[in-house]
Design a protein. Structure first.
Length: 188
């Protein structure tokens, strides 16, 4: 009887290790994937190149968007088993995920650098609705338009900074992690 109990205890221990390791990886993985979808949704979208130029760096690889024109395509990173997560954590001693955008005009699209026309074809209709029409002052950022004029934008001014600093990113992480943790409670 003691041998059966020890076998079950050993099995439970392995299950807990697997669940904990998988949650440590899959929670942040799901959160960064969701954050990229949020950024694609709230960011500018003229040709789709910027929206499709997000990338996610995982502990063991980088998963890039296509960088192609068209509607934003979500980015999914591969899932890892508990053993793979444990191995990765043991060799690197950390699990870090990061999000970036490899578009050559990413800083301009995020209103972090002065807008420079000519990097894209703005004569065509955008893939997202026009948010505002007005005039952009020389040397101004993409989203800073006012008054009357022919400049157009497809995302509000400082959309990226607001998402990162106003708590939307933190909220995305918290909601996603809560879902992952709730899902791991029902293990068998």
């Amino acid at each position: 009887m003691a041998k059966g109990f020890l076998n079950e205890l050993n099995k439970l221990s392995k299950d807990l290790d697997r669940i904990a390791a998988t949650t440590v990886y899959n929670g942040p993985k799901a959160a960064v994937e969701r954050a990229v979808r949020d950024l694609q949704k709230i960011g500018p979208g003229w040709t789709g190149k910027f929206s499709n130029s997000w990338q996610i760096d995982t502990p063991d690889r980088t998963k890039k968007g296509t960088g192609a024109e068209g509607k934003p395509q979500p980015i999914y990173t591969p899932s890892l088993s508990g053993r793979q997560v444990t191995r990765s954590f043991l060799t690197k001693n950390k699990l870090v995920f990061s999000i970036s955008n490899f578009s050559p005009y990413a800083d301009q699209a995020a209103d972090l650098a002065p807008f420079s026309p000519g990097l894209s074809n703005f004569d065509d209709d955008p893939i997202k609705p026009i948010d505002k029409v007005g005039k952009r002052r020389p040397g101004g950022v993409r989203g800073d338009i006012s008054g009357a004029g022919g400049n157009r934008r497809t995302a509000e001014l400082d959309w990226f900074t607001k998402y990162v600093r106003a708590g939307e990113f933190d909220k995305t992480v918290q909601i996603t992690m809560d879902k992952v943790l709730r899902g791991s409670r029902g293990f068998k």
